[in-house]
Write a protein of this length. Structure first.
Length: 380
């Protein structure tokens, strides 16, 4: 047969499949109604396992895996349709709709904001991008920033989440699971690292350099070229600069932002020492309460998939079914739980889309743990 003839045959088969699919989904709707009447859950794991086994038994061995994948997707679509037909929206859906209705129409130009570090920290520079007139309060650790927001000491907090060179800030991801907060905005800040020291110090005098571990990893090539210099991690780049300024030693330097030069009366020994010129860090702005401002087109979620084969696939299939774009997927081990992971998702979707609302209704029922972190826009 010619290619054209084969394609026509495929088209005819596809037409029959479409008719069968329509018929199947109509029965799915009837099943959904029956389950609601009897109080049964949408997911019936035993039934699905038996059905998959039956499908595999009816297929030739070389097609078993393909058939398993196809029917697994059909089951996902069926469950998704059943969930969409539920009479009552989830509690989370009602909370999101309430937040969209009652959140102010403009992001506040001024507010009390918690940042980690001291004046001149990159978090403070990101804060200045997010707010016109922030009242910044500084804390010694990321944990303290979360706590300040959680306990209402500050209305907002600003935290680094990921860097284009060094990757994710793992400490922040780990803290996100422990604290109660919502993301209300994000921004990306271009990071230009500088080697700063007390006035009169030359590069050849430097024997020890202080900075945050992320900054150190972002300047690996420059640091590798320095011989006999000790590199010491500390809590924050601006705190490193402040410490150098207050030190009695004349052989120490810090990697920090250029703003610390004038803030702490230092000299810039070398500028732009990061490995890559397009070095950006993404910062999130968090609040205690759910606030969804107009224009929110990004959503962040955290969830734990059930500890069984195929559970993550089942979750990812929902995103595919609804046509939602995952722009970040990060996994982190769960403390004290061997080989189990928390998954962090960033989605590119309007908070007003029907697909987003349906996904929110679904995820709580198919995840072992599920945490909605907020919907927001990003300041360029």
């Amino acid at each position: 047969m010619t290619l054209e003839a084969l394609r026509k045959e495929i088209d005819a088969i596809d037409d029959r499949l479409i008719e069968d699919f329509i018929d199947r989904m109509a029965v799915v709707e009837e099943i959904s109604a029956a389950k609601r009447q009897t109080g049964k859950a949408v997911l019936d794991p035993a039934r699905e396992r038996q059905k998959l086994a039956d499908v595999a038994a009816k297929l030739p061995p070389e097609l078993e895996q393909y058939g398993y994948a196809l029917w697994s997707m059909l089951f996902e679509l069926s469950r998704s349709r059943q969930s969409a037909l539920r009479a009552e929206p989830s509690a989370l859906r009602r909370e999101i709709e309430h937040a969209m209705e009652w959140t102010d129409k403009l992001f506040p130009p001024k507010a009390s904001v918690a940042c980690q570090g001291v004046e001149g920290a990159y978090s403070q520079l990101a804060c200045d991008k997010l707010f016109k007139h922030p009242q910044v309060m500084y804390f010694g650790s990321f944990d303290a920033v979360f706590t300040a927001v959680e306990q209402g000491f500050c209305r907002f907090g600003v935290l680094p989440l990921e860097n284009s060179t060094a990757g994710s800030v793992n400490q922040v991801y780990d803290l996100m699971r422990r604290h109660n907060f919502k993301i209300v905005r994000s921004t990306r800040l271009k990071i230009d690292h500088n080697l700063v020291a007390k006035k009169g110090t030359a590069l050849a005098d430097v024997k020890e350099i202080f900075s945050h571990p992320q900054a150190i990893s972002q300047c690996g090539s420059f640091l590798a070229g320095l011989k006999g210099v000790k590199v010491t991690p500390c809590e924050n780049t601006a705190m490193a600069a402040e410490m150098v300024a207050g030190s009695d030693r004349t052989d120490v330097a810090a990697i920090s932002s250029h703003s610390t030069v004038s803030l702490y009366g230092l000299d810039c020994l070398e500028s732009d020492i990061q490995d890559r010129g397009n070095n950006y860090t993404r910062f999130i702005c968090i609040s205690k309460d759910l606030e969804i401002y107009p224009g929110a087109d990004k959503t962040s979620l955290m969830l734990v998939a059930p500890h069984r084969p195929g559970s993550l696939y089942q979750i990812l299939a929902r995103f595919y079914t609804y046509g939602l774009n995952i722009i970040k997927l990060e996994s982190r081990p769960i403390p004290n739980r061997d080989f189990e992971f928390m998954f962090y998702f960033d989605l590119e979707t309007s908070v007003y889309s029907e697909e987003f609302i349906r996904l929110i209704d679904d995820l709580d029922s198919i995840s072992e743990e599920f945490q909605y972190l907020g919907s927001y826009s990003e300041v360029i």
